[in-house]
Design a protein around this ligand. Structure first.
Ligand code: HEC
Ligand code: HEC
Ligand code: HEC
Ligand code: HEC
Ligand code: HEC
Length: 161
């Protein structure tokens, strides 16, 4: 006799599908940064560790003021820009993140494996609004499907501390 799928599992699966189908809530960033307007600038000018370190990093005031001595335009309030001009930290919220127990190195993937940023982050240079959610869901299966394809390590200890 066939066993029925418990209704609670069906309910969970439906709830899961709904969550996946919902648009990601936009993350409230201190400045409505526009990547497309900066498409002529190399990623590593702002994300300094993207090719050389574990963390890419999100640029702080001192990077912005190298090009913008004054407020760029009306899209940023004078108050927000006076904080930047004074060198106060911009409270960016990072949205793409692995949990504490996972090791990830940008250098390993960009410099050694020569992967394009877009293979994990989508077309960042075309974005006109801040990232509301990671372009690619950060999950073990996302990492492993590429590792299997590229012949990179699938050893638990390579990724987990
Ligand atoms: C390498 C130079 C450079 C750096 C560094 C830089 N910008 Fe810009 N930014 C530009 C240029 C050039 C424009 C004008 C683009 C245009 O007119 O289309 C611009 C335009 C802008 C604008 C107005 C356009 C819009 O609609 O958003 C804002 C706001 C802005 N930048 C914020 C920032 C912030 C915040 C930082 C630091 C995280 C930063 N910029 C770093 C060169 C730079
Ligand atoms: C002028 C500076 C500047 C340049 C150039 C730039 N970025 Fe960014 N980037 C930012 C800022 C500021 C943020 C945080 C606000 C946001 O999400 O837009 C950010 C956010 C991101 C994030 C999301 C980080 C998170 O919280 O998860 C990714 C991914 C990213 N950038 C990739 C790129 C790539 C790829 C390029 C080159 C094609 C690039 N960026 C070029 C300034 C820059
Ligand atoms: C193999 C996939 C992969 C590639 C390729 C990749 N990233 Fe990332 N990126 C990630 C992951 C995973 C995170 C979250 C890392 C964490 O939590 O430490 C991340 C985080 C970020 C962040 C958030 C800030 C930070 O320091 O973690 C930025 C900005 C970023 N990446 C930019 C870039 C840029 C620019 C490139 C290309 C030069 C790039 N990434 C290439 C997977 C990738
Ligand atoms: C688009 C393909 C791709 C994705 C996605 C990807 N990786 Fe990798 N990864 C590689 C390649 C290729 C290498 C081998 C790099 C080298 O030459 O050392 C590698 C190497 C590694 C290494 C070093 C392994 C060793 O041999 O010690 C770690 C750790 C790692 N990746 C973690 C991650 C994590 C965590 C994620 C997901 C958040 C991830 N990777 C996503 C392609 C990818
Ligand atoms: C290529 C990198 C990589 C390898 C290899 C890997 N993991 Fe993971 N693992 C991750 C990432 C990234 C997460 C975080 C997923 C998330 O936050 O959704 C994770 C999460 C987990 C979790 C937490 C539960 C969960 O799904 O979030 C467990 C348990 C786990 N891994 C066990 C293992 C075991 C056991 C192995 C070896 C058979 C392994 N992992 C190999 C990248 C990896």
């Amino acid at each position: 006799m066939r066993r029925l799928v418990p209704p609670v599992l069906v309910a969970l699966a439906v709830a899961g599908l709904w969550i996946l189908a919902l648009p990601a809530a936009p993350v409230d960033q201190p400045i409505a940064f526009n990547h497309a307007r900066h498409a002529a600038v190399a990623c590593a000018v702002c994300h300094r560790g993207a090719e050389t370190a574990a963390r890419a990093g999100i640029p702080q005031s001192n990077v912005c003021t190298r090009c913008h001595a004054t407020a760029p335009d009306r899209s940023v309030s004078a108050r927000a820009w006076s904080d930047v001009a004074a060198g106060r930290p911009i409270a960016w919220r990072q949205v793409t993140q692995v949990p504490e127990h996972v090791m990830f190195s940008h250098r390993r993937h960009t410099s050694l494996a020569q992967l394009a940023c877009a293979s994990c982050h989508g077309d960042a240079a075309a974005r006109v609004t801040p990232f509301g959610a990671p372009a690619t869901r950060i999950a073990m299966t996302t990492c492993l499907s590429c590792h299997t394809r590229e012949g990179a390590s699938e050893d638990c200890a390579a990724c987990h501390r």
